[in-house]
Design a protein around this ligand. Sequence first.
Ligand SMILES: [Zn+2]
Length: 151
Amino acid sequence: MAESSPCGVCRIHAGAPGAEMEIHRAGLWLLRHHPLPAPLPGWLVLDSLRHVGGPADFDAAECAGLGPMLQRCSALVRDLSGCERVYAIAFGEGARHFHLHLIPRHGADAATESWRVADLYRQVAAGERPAAEPEAVAALVARARERTAGW
Ligand SMILES: [Zn+2]
């Protein structure tokens, strides 16, 4: 789909604002950082390149490919952010196009615990809480591009 697509994820893939956060695109998947304002540095999003709603509608190649890609991307979030664990959440509400949020869970930061991370997300979106520093996000994206260049 093109930049004029009604789908926000397809528009980003076609170069709309948010495309500057792309980290890696290969095969069936596109990995990007959450657009600015980002809730946390290292909050990545793994998209299917194909406009498909979610795993229930995946084709055989997407089914086989998601596991290995999810493992690599989650390990990348952990390595880049220094978090202990990585949450993986896909709602598919903002766009009916598979986009899996990979969220760093820092043990020392209670605001990233379980569903509290949804409160954090809304507070950043509403301007009630500072977003991740754009410079920190840009540096993380640059390191992520280096790390994924060989994928
Ligand atoms: Zn789409």
